[in-house]
Design a binder for this molecule. Structure first.
Ligand SMILES: [Zn+2]
Length: 348
């Protein structure tokens, strides 16, 4: 029988995580920050007979130190591997915490990670470090003036989200500039299987999606799927480094796995594939419209105006101004551009 154990780990304006036991020895940290423009990642602990495997680190060393403290309350076994599902800052920046705590730890990632970390990843870090203070200032101004980013009266949902974003960005800015980039010690391009006693841990690359190198972790005996940012709730992250057409196909492969628990990169643990299918509908719809626009000879600027995602957006945002802002930023503007680019040069 699976016990779902939920423990509140930290409660200041809901920053932190709750710890959920998904199976014997397997725990997910589920972030409690509200939806926002800045993110911290869920983690998973896979506690084996003699060692521990951790999936993903966090947006800041401080955050990973809290996750490490939670693990140490569960076990004194050493962490042998940290699997980074992809190279985005919120999944890797706490890596040094795990290395400092467990000198024997090795990092597992996709073979593309080296290239991505040292090119796009490095420039993303630079621009976030340069623009972070201005971003915080504009969120503070929205709170002070009570006028939201969309120019409408600030809702309570927006205010709470902005407070959380300010906290996460300031935590990030405090240390990110001085942190080394930790690359994978072990890299895979399709599949790596770890066997720990009776436990089998499949690390797989199923195709380009949220990035060109997202890994998922599949525990076939426990039927637990750790999806990284292939699955992000409440608003998917279809950013500039995504491939929306391939993304939909990769999610279809994910939905074929008989998972009973699915841990997203951000959001609550799911126990069915309803949300995953909602994402497929969105990505298929986005891709079809952008392809049609391109076939009509439209430029990206023209496509950005002609593509209408309002019906596809509705199941994700409802009547929330905040979620609409997040959707427009992380699906509409960046997703249309990514799909347009992909239509011109499909990912191999
Ligand atoms: Zn990501």
């Amino acid at each position: 029988m699976i016990l779902f154990l939920c423990v509140l780990a930290k409660a200041s304006f809901a920053a932190g995580f709750t710890l959920h036991q998904l199976a014997d020895g397997i725990y997910a940290t589920e972030r409690t920050e509200p939806a926002g423009l800045m993110f911290d990642a869920n983690n998973v602990f896979i506690i084996n007979e003699a060692d521990v495997i951790v999936v993903d680190s966090n947006i800041s060393p401080d955050s990973s130190k809290e996750v490490l403290a939670a693990l140490r309350k569960l076990t004194n076994k050493p962490v042998r591997y940290v699997i980074n599902t992809h190279w985005h800052e919120d999944h890797i920046l706490g890596n040094s915490v795990w290395r400092d705590a467990y000198p024997g730890v090795e990092f597992i990632g996709h073979v593309q990670t080296h290239d991505d970390l040292t090119t796009t990843g490095a420039s993303n870090r630079k621009s976030l470090l340069e623009s972070g203070a201005d971003g915080v200032a504009s969120l503070r101004e929205a709170i002070r003036s009570k006028v939201g980013l969309a120019g409408t009266p600030l809702t309570e949902e927006e205010r709470i989200s902005h407070e959380s974003d300010i906290f996460l960005v300031e935590r990030y800015l405090k240390e990110a500039g001085a942190l080394p980039i930790i690359e994978p010690d072990i890299a895979l391009d399709s599949e790596l299987v770890l066997q720990r006693g009776q436990r089998r841990i499949d690390i797989r690359f199923l195709g380009a999606a949220h990035t060109r190198s997202d890994l998922v972790v599949w525990l076939p005996n426990e039927k637990i799927l750790i999806a990284g940012d292939l699955l992000v709730w409440p608003i998917p992250l279809v950013g500039s480094t995504s491939y929306p057409a391939a993304y939909a196909e990769t999610l279809k492969k994910l939905s074929a796995l008989p998972a009973t628990s699915i841990v997203p990169g951000h959001g609550p643990v799911f126990h069915d594939d309803h949300y995953l299918r909602q994402m497929i509908v969105l990505l298929d719809g986005l891709t079809a419209q952008v392809k049609a626009a391109k076939a009509r000879g439209e430029t990206l600027e023209q496509a950005a105006k002609s593509v209408d995602l309002s019906a596809l957006r509705q199941p994700f945002v409802g009547d929330s101004i905040l979620l609409k802002i997040i959707f427009n930023m992380y699906v509409k503007s960046s997703g249309i551009a990514a799909a347009y680019q992909e239509a011109a040069a499909p990912v191999k």
